[in-house]
Design a protein around this ligand. Structure first.
Ligand code: F6P
Length: 477
């Protein structure tokens, strides 16, 4: 395997520290590669709450963002570059690294295991080795880039070994880690042959953040059980005298940005256009998800098709728009899911659709934020039914866009957002009848009830946007 550029010797790294006072370390850089009008390849900032929340603090602290640009490359890592004034430090991944680290251990082992075994995780020693090597490359690069006593914030399940590897290289740093996906129950985590190494990797951080307090508790319990460190509440006392703390920091979205989109005349006009294109139905139901087996797309569409078949809805006045954004298409379970969803949509439309009135308008595509906002505005009911989800930002985006307090959210109780959006119509995605009842209840609810529920969720969201999330994490760190 080509492990990328030679690693600098750790001693040298300490002698010649970098300049960034805040370093964000994430699997992906917040940019997409696009083709410029002259045909050359260039970078464009990808829209995202995380980068917009961190941008002000990155600018004021000589920040740098380390990550993979998302394309395969056997070249040594390129030099840091700037996009819109943000300093980006690329880590190139070659074909073997993508296979072992990204598609393999991150998305074939950890992703299904941390999502309650919705799919079967595979345990392969070669994948683990690739994960260790790539995490080491991220740690070495971070050690090069960070200024003395800098703050480093490491993100997500792909990089759980980085905190300890980095502490070894640069003990002067403040290190935080945030897990964007659920942290599993202790019994499931216990299946991992490398459970102790992962826990020790995370313990390199001074603060380990989770979406929910349950994740923080599970982590501390596992540290006590499997590593044997003394714990007190959510603090872990390490043998070298350091204390590593675990806590919940539920992530959010850039509420202002979505609100501004929802107010913009072009988005409002586009929403009206979408409804006309759908045949001016009385009701639009909407699902927007990455095409991922954790998202519960299949049972959601089945529940809706049964409601249609039973005559609760009619395809001439109701339509379900399902957007499925292509994702991780080289991982087998994602390919199988796509086939299953394609078949189900085909069957439902074949059995229940009419000429000019499909039961489900299915779009296997990704859309820019303004089109997403138009879809949110066009939808009367948003249906978000993951089997398990760290947070689910689509639910928050929908609520942020409903400026008139109209619209209803049907939300899985297994999404992190359910802890905050108590006023949604909550469902168990494994219970098709329960989902049918909740969708019907949401559709039939009187406007005053929808407004009361939506207003409460919007109030909560306003006090808890992504800048508040980033500021609380960094303050705690
Ligand atoms: O939710 C976890 C996450 O890794 C996000 O950070 C990311 O936007 C999404 O899944 C897509 O993942 P990938 O980087 O594998 O395309």
């Amino acid at each position: 395997m080509n492990a990328g550029p030679p690693h600098p010797d750790p001693a040298r790294v300490e002698d010649v520290p970098g300049h960034a006072n805040l370093v964000i370390v994430a699997n992906r850089l917040p940019v997409d590669q696009v083709t410029a009008p002259d045909g050359s390849l260039t970078w464009r900032r990808s829209p995202g709450g995380l980068v917009s929340a961190l941008e002000p603090v990155m600018r004021s602290h000589d920040g740098a963002w380390i990550g993979w640009p998302g394309v395969e490359s056997a070249e040594p890592d390129g030099d840091p570059f700037q996009v819109d004034g943000l300093t980006l430090v690329p880590i190139n991944l070659n074909a073997a690294e993508i296979e072992g680290f990204y598609e393999g251990f991150s998305n074939g082992t950890l992703w299904p295991l941390y999502h309650d075994l919705v799919a079967k995780p595979e345990f392969h020693r070669e994948w683990w080795e690739a994960y260790v090597e790539v995490n080491q490359r991220f740690a070495v690069k971070t050690a090069e880039v960070a200024a003395p006593d800098a703050t480093v914030w490491v993100h997500d399940y792909q990089l759980q070994l980085v905190p300890a590897m980095l502490r070894e290289l640069r003990p002067d740093l403040q290190i935080g880690f945030f897990l964007h996906i659920p942290f599993p129950p202790t019994e499931l985590f216990g299946q991992l042959p490398w459970r102790r190494q992962l826990l020790e990797g995370l313990l390199g951080a001074d603060l380990v953040g989770f979406q929910l307090s349950g994740g923080a508790h599970n982590f501390v319990r596992l540290v006590k059980q499997r590593v044997g460190h003394h714990t007190e509440g959510n603090s872990v006392h390490l043998p070298d005298g350091r204390v590593s703390r675990a806590a919940a920091f539920p992530i959010s979205i850039d509420v202002g940005a979505f609100q501004a989109l929802a107010e913009s005349p072009s988005v409002i006009a586009r929403a009206a256009e979408i409804r006309v294109a759908l045949g001016n139905p009385k009701q639009v139901l909407l699902g927007i998800d990455r095409l991922d087996y954790t998202k519960g797309i299949y049972p959601r569409l089945r529940a809706y098709s049964e409601l249609l078949a039973e005559g609760h809805f009619n395809v001439t006045d109701t339509v379900f728009v399902q957007v499925a954004t292509p994702s991780r298409e080289r991982v087998e379970q994602y390919r199988l899911l796509r086939d299953d969803v394609d078949r189900l949509v085909g069957r439902i439309n074949g059995d229940l659709g009419q000429i000019g009135s499909p039961a489900i308008a299915y779009l296997h595509s990704s859309y820019p934020q303004h089109e997403m906002a138009a879809l949110y505005l066009a939808a009367d009911i948003m249906v978000v039914t993951p089997y398990r989800d760290g947070m689910n930002l689509v639910a928050k985006e929908y609520v942020a866009c409903r400026l008139d307090n109209d619209g209803a959210l049907v939300l899985s109780e297994f999404a992190g957002a359910a802890a905050e959006f108590r006023q949604a119509w909550q469902v168990n995605p494994y219970d098709i009848d329960g989902m049918k009842a909740a969708i019907l209840a949401a559709v039939q609810s009187p406007p005053e009830e929808r407004a009361r529920r939506m207003a409460a969720m919007r109030r909560y969201l306003h006090g808890n946007d992504v800048s508040h999330w980033a500021a609380s994490f960094l303050a705690a760190l």
